[in-house]
Ligand binder design. Structure first.
Ligand code: SAM
Length: 446
């Protein structure tokens, strides 16, 4: 039973279950098991209507030991790392069960998230409400602070991962595309490191709710103000699809293909869905997926062979993140990075993909898949304004956990440690009650 009492999981490794690796949990041949399971189920269903005596019984169905194991863990976990009323998709629950079973740092994060979202809900709500209000009314001073924070994050990112020094340069000036650029801290850091850098930016116009630029635009080779999720020509390139005429906002799609004649050594995808971005009601639910897939498609279609891509992501333990990280692992060298100096209490982190083999069939397949997802999230569903995000089969999730789970844990540990340590000191999830004079978390983070 994984129910927690006191601080059982907030300290050292205290797993009561054996800390077997995922590879050990499934037998070497069990990769084939899910298929056998599906086939057997199919035969059993057919047998209901058959006049022939069924030759199989439920006890003949070969269960997948990994699935059984994770379902047990899922049933035992009493922690909720989201608000109680938020539904978590099954694929994420499977991923989390697997991490929870194996890794104490992940358990610590879950305990603190549960405290913040559920046990200390009132404190957490008050804290985040104030933080949201601050972010939404960000004035010039706020933008300046945010800009400086982003410059610092970029330097930390580079000193840990060399993200701002792509290996492809060979002495020439670096070319950078900064997608979701404002206020421009990342590009400012690039210019500090590479004074001759040619930088091309794209960012949401301020009159649509985007951030203002602080980096002077005369330092750039080019800048476009546009909503990246509406670049239909970019998203539909190479497909046989078009924007359906029935779509209520079809005139808002943008035929622009920004900086299409350039190949970039480094692309930043740093978009985050903003509350200040006014959108039709049908563009609420799927917007995070529309934004991430749009950035991925545009970024990959501009990146040079062997270049570097940096992407802001959320929750390394969510299926959405695992899927993207795993996809990049097939054609790039990966690092995950979480700054300690900002957003430490949050689940956000950066994926740094270096030596990206954009010309490989695996990369092409990934881009095609992201285009499909963008299309479905935009035009799918019964009324054509965005369908539900399809859930993967359990077998797909288990397959990735088997082959990639160990690596995911190794990459995730430093991130969970930073977040758990920061949450331990927070007023809403921390170990110590807040006391007068104790440093409060910054409320100026956006
Ligand atoms: C975290 S900030 C980026 C900070 C930036 N990387 C820096 O270093 O200063 C997120 C940015 O995404 C932009 N953004 C959000 N939604 C967007 C969209 N649909 N299209 C283009 N930009 C968008 C916001 O306006 C904001 O500038």
């Amino acid at each position: 039973m994984f129910a927690l009492s006191g601080n059982a999981y907030t300290g050292q490794k205290t797993l009561k279950e054996p800390t077997s690796t995922l590879v050990e949990v499934g037998s070497p041949s069990s990769d084939d098991t899910p298929l056998a399971l599906r086939n057997d189920q199919h035969i059993l269903e057919d047998s209901k209507t058959s006049t022939i005596e069924p030759s199989l019984t439920g006890s003949d169905v070969v269960p997948d030991p990994l699935l059984e194991d994770l379902e047990r863990v899922m049933a035992d976990i009493t922690l909720k790392d989201e608000p109680a009323d938020k539904e978590v998709d099954r694929a994420t629950l499977l991923v989390q069960a697997s991490l929870f079973k194996q890794e104490a740092e992940f358990q610590r994060v879950m305990v603190y998230r549960d405290r913040g979202w559920n046990h200390n809900k009132d404190k957490g709500d008050t804290f985040f409400k104030a933080q949201r209000e601050n972010a939404d009314k960000a004035d010039d001073e706020g933008e300046q602070r945010f800009y400086k924070m982003m410059i610092k994050i970029a330097h930390d990112l580079d000193s840990t991962t060399e993200a701002l020094h792509p290996p492809v340069l060979a002495g020439r000036n670096i070319k950078v595309m900064d997608i979701c650029m404002a206020p421009g801290g990342y590009s400012a850091a690039v210019l500090q490191m590479h004074p001759g850098a040619e930088i091309f930016g794209l960012t949401l116009p301020k009159n649509e709710g985007g951030h203002s630029m602080v980096l002077p635009i005369n330092k750039l080779r080019g800048i476009k103000y546009a909503d990246v999720t509406m670049l239909a020509s970019e998203m539909l390139k190479g497909t046989d699809k078009t924007v359906p005429k029935s779509y209520p906002d079809s005139a808002k799609f943008n035929p622009l293909r920004p900086f299409v004649s350039h190949k970039m050594d480094l692309v930043f995808l740093d978009g985050i869905v903003l509350r200040t971005h006014e959108r039709a009601s049908y563009r609420q639910q799927n917007e995070p997926l529309r934004l991430s897939t749009a950035q991925l498609v545009l970024g990959m279609q501009r990146l040079t062979q062997g270049g570097t891509l940096v992407m802001l992501m959320h929750k390394v333990d969510s299926w959405a993140s695992v899927n993207v990280i795993y996809t990049f692992s097939k054609f790039a060298t990966l690092h995950l990075f979480k700054p300690k100096s900002a957003h430490a209490t949050r689940s956000s982190f950066y994926l740094v993909a270096r030596n990206v083999d954009v010309e490989s069939p695996l990369a092409a397949a990934a881009v095609a898949e992201w285009k499909n997802k963008w299309y479905n999230a935009t035009f799918g569903g019964p009324v054509g304004t965005g369908g539900d995000v399809p859930e993967p089969e359990d077998t797909v999730v288990l397959g990735i956990l088997r082959t990639f789970g160990e690596r995911l844990i190794q990459m995730g540990i430093p991130l969970w440690k930073i977040q758990a340590d920061a949450l331990a000191k927070s007023v809403y999830a921390g170990d110590v009650p807040s006391a007068p004079g104790r440093k409060k978390e910054s409320q100026s983070e956006v």
